[in-house]
Ligand binder design. Structure first.
Ligand code: C5P
Length: 413
């Protein structure tokens, strides 16, 4: 358990928005102060309907900021400064409204200006009616924020302030939020095993054009590759992520190169070298269309067009066997629907990889496009099954393993 002074020297900017759960922030501020944190508070207009700036200010020991056009405050500390003078920004309770504004990048009051201008990590504790939480717009907004690196804490399931309403939407309790804040600092203050290392990661599908409007693609979402990039950033690495067309946001802290075709992906990987580690998580199309049409192919007299396919360059094999710039650790993926281990072992040798992360992508597993993954790790030292976990869990574990290989703590094989 972290000691009571665990948050000593930490500066927290707490943004309180207008929800009934705002009262929980009073307790949170007390506990943060108890642990030595400096707490500065921004309140929206609506938040002040639920708790008063007087009680908040008395507990934080500082004035409360609420007005974007408060000249004294702007003179004293401008809203940009306010957004930067913190180690962590916490939004609690985070209403559906502030979440939507954050996702859209709106800035129409002090809280939203601060949130748009900040360059610091952000943690939010949603609180709203279960129907609002379940609304597709909220799901989209929360998913988007998560993808940009915002940490979402809760909500809990329980009774709502409105009579008879029950479900997910209750803000987490102050001590739970405190634990999430402490966990955040424990992670950021932790040693960075990949500090000073450059890691190149491929992710997502490739699109291979048939004509100007049509292409060949596959079902890869990029979730696993992007999660690996995020885990590598967290481990302190310099990350170059080369991504095919995906609908998920770029991970924070990585240099992202967007490409479409396999050949562009190879070019981008080669341009990113030298690297200490390369992880090829992209589902690269094995073939492209030869002699792609410059005009849209028409239905009609010439009958059904036949597509002549030619093989794409194998990026993993090219880099795994690179004569001059092979990264010290090279990792490939094997998405298979049959003979998982045998196919992955063959790939390890054929492509010159140090590790192969194999997974069964038969439709019934739900792995392709889903949020969870079950993988088998194949190296020259043998085969290892990892328990089912989120794609983030798999990413963290893989980065840990790769770090051990790089540091020599584990033989490459
Ligand atoms: O041969 P297969 O496509 O199953 O190999 C999968 C592994 O090889 C993945 O790591 C994938 O990113 C990589 N690969 C590649 N270039 C290709 C085909 C696959 O880098 N053209």
């Amino acid at each position: 358990m972290p000691g009571p002074q665990m948050l000593d020297t930490k500066r927290i900017l707490l943004v309180i928005t207008g929800g009934i759960a705002a009262y929980k922030c009073l307790e949170l501020i007390r506990r943060l102060k108890e642990r030595g944190a400096a707490v500065r508070v921004v309140m929206t207009k609506a938040a002040q309907q639920f708790v008063t700036p007087l009680s908040v200010g008395a507990l934080s020991g500082d004035r409360v900021y609420s007005d974007l056009f408060d000249l004294t405050a702007e003179h004293d500390i401008g809203h940009i400064q306010l957004s930067r003078d913190a180690d962590l920004v916490v939004v609690a309770p985070a209403t559906a409204d502030i979440i939507a504004k954050m996702a859209a990048g709106l800035a129409d009051d002090l809280a939203t200006n601060v949130l748009l201008a900040t360059n610091k990590p952000v943690l939010i504790a949603p609180a709203m009616n279960p129907m609002m939480w379940a609304h597709p717009a909220t799901t989209r907004n929360v998913g988007w924020l998560k993808g940009t690196g915002v940490t979402i804490v809760g909500p809990n399931v329980g009774a709502m302030a409105e009579r008879g309403e029950f479900g997910p939407g209750r803000m987490v309790e102050p001590m739970e939020l405190l634990a999430a804040i402490e966990a955040h600092f424990a992670a950021t203050d932790a040693p960075k095993p990949l500090a000073g290392k450059h890691i190149v990661i491929t992710s997502g599908p490739t699109h291979e054009p048939i004509d100007p409007v049509r292409y060949i693609a596959n079902r890869s979402s990029g979730k696993q590759g992007h999660a690996i990039a995020a885990a590598a950033v967290a481990a302190g690495a310099r990350v170059t992520l080369i991504s095919g067309p995906v609908t998920i946001p770029d991970p924070t802290g990585a240099t992202v190169v967007h490409i479409e075709t396999a050949r562009q992906m190879l070019e981008a990987v080669e341009a990113a070298l030298p690297a200490d580690i390369a992880i090829f998580a992209a589902a690269v199309a094995d073939w492209r269309v030869e002699g792609q049409s410059t005009q849209k192919i028409k239905k009609g007299a010439s009958g059904t067009p036949g597509l002549q396919l030619v093989e794409n360059p194998d990026i993993l094999a090219t880099i795994g066997k690179h004569a001059t710039a092979r990264p010290q650790v090279v990792v490939g993926f094997a998405a298979e629907t049959e003979n998982l281990t045998a196919n992955a072992e063959a790939k390890l040798l054929k492509k010159g990889a140090d590790l192969i992360v194999a997974n069964d992508v038969s439709p019934e597993t739900g792995i392709m496009g889903g949020d969870r993954n079950t993988v088998r790790i194949i190296s020259r030292n043998g085969v290892e099954d990892w328990p089912e976990g989120s794609k983030e869990d798999v990413a963290r574990r893989l980065i840990e393993r790769v770090g051990a290989l790089l540091g020599g703590a584990e033989p490459i094989g």
